[in-house]
Design a protein around this ligand. Structure first.
Ligand SMILES: C[S@@+](CC[C@H](N)C(=O)[O-])C[C@H]1O[C@@H](n2cnc3c(N)ncnc32)[C@H](O)[C@@H]1O
Length: 208
C-alpha cells in the first residue's frame, strides 16, 4: 500500500506545517542529514556542469526551515535567498538569519524582494511534489510549463536549475521532465540509487 504523505492530504502546506510540526521537522537530525546530503548531491551536479566560484547568487525554492541554506552557508556560499509558502517554516528559517520570503514555485514572478534579481543557481529540495500531488496529467503539464517559464526568467545567462523531488511514479517523473522541456529548458535527469525503490532519489537539471 502507498504510504500516505502530507502533500496528498493537505492542499495548503500551512495546514500541515504548524508550529509544532515545524519544530519536530527542524529538530529531526535524521531529516537534517538527509536534506543536507540531497543538497550536496545538487551541488555536485552543479559543479559538474559549471566551472564556478562561490560568489554566485543562489535561490532555494521551498527552503523550509533552511537545511539547504545552512549547508550552502557552511560550504562558503554567501549570496543565499530562500522562498517558501509555509509561514511557520519560513519563521524558523528567518530565526537562523537567512534572507527568506513567503511564496512558492507559483509566486516566482510575484515576490517583490526577488523581482529584479537573477540567480546563477536555483535549487529545490523535496518541495515540488507539493505542487503536483493529486493533480491530473493535463494540470501537471500546465503547472510545470508555467513554473518553467518563470524559472527561465529568474536565471542568469549561464544559470541552472536543479530540482530534487518525489514523483509518485516513473510516469509522473516523465510528465514533469517533458513539461520543463516544453517550457524551453534543455533537461537532464539524474536518478540516485536507481532500482532501489526505497532509496531512489529523482533530480532534474534544467539548462537554459
Ligand atoms: C519536506 S519540506 C523540504 C524543505 C526543505 N527544502 C528541506 O530540504 O528541508 C517541503 C517544503 O516544500 C514547501 N512547499 C509546499 N508547497 C510549495 C510550493 N508550491 N512551492 C515551493 N515550496 C513548497 C513546504 O512548505 C515545505 O517547506
Amino acid at each position: 500500500m502507498k504510504q500516505e504523505v502530507p502533500e496528498d492530504v493537505y492542499k495548503d502546506p500551512n495546514d500541515f506545517y504548524t508550529l509544532e510540526e515545524v519544530k519536530r521537522y527542524d529538530n529531526n537530525s535524521g531529516m537534517k542529514k538527509t536534506q543536507m546530503i540531497l543538497t550536496k548531491d545538487c551541488m555536485d551536479l552543479f559543479f559538474e556542469k559549471k566551472v564556478t566560484t562561490q560568489n554566485i547568487e543562489i535561490l532555494d525554492v521551498g527552503c523550509g526551515t533552511g537545511f539547504s541554506l545552512e549547508y550552502l552557508k557552511e560550504s562558503g556560499f554567501k549570496k543565499l535567498i530562500g522562498i517558501d509558502p509555509s509561514i511557520e517554516m519560513l519563521n524558523q528559517c528567518k530565526k537562523k538569519g537567512f534572507l527568506c520570503y513567503l511564496g512558492g514555485f507559483e509566486d516566482l514572478s510575484k515576490i517583490k524582494e526577488i523581482k529584479n534579481k537573477e540567480f546563477d543557481l536555483i535549487l529545490s529540495i523535496s518541495a515540488l511534489q507539493w505542487c503536483i500531488s493529486n493533480k491530473p496529467e493535463i494540470e501537471i503539464k500546465n503547472i510545470i510549463k508555467k513554473f518553467g517559464k518563470d524559472l527561465l526568467e529568474k536565471l542568469t545567462e549561464n544559470g541552472i536549475v536543479i530540482i530534487q523531488f518525489y514523483p509518485t511514479s516513473e510516469n509522473k517523473f516523465e510528465i514533469v521532465k517533458n513539461s520543463f522541456v516544453r517550457s524551453g529548458f534543455r533537461v537532464e535527469e539524474f536518478i540516485k540509487n536507481k532500482g532501489n525503490l526505497k532509496k531512489q532519489k529523482y533530480f532534474l537539471i534544467l539548462n537554459k
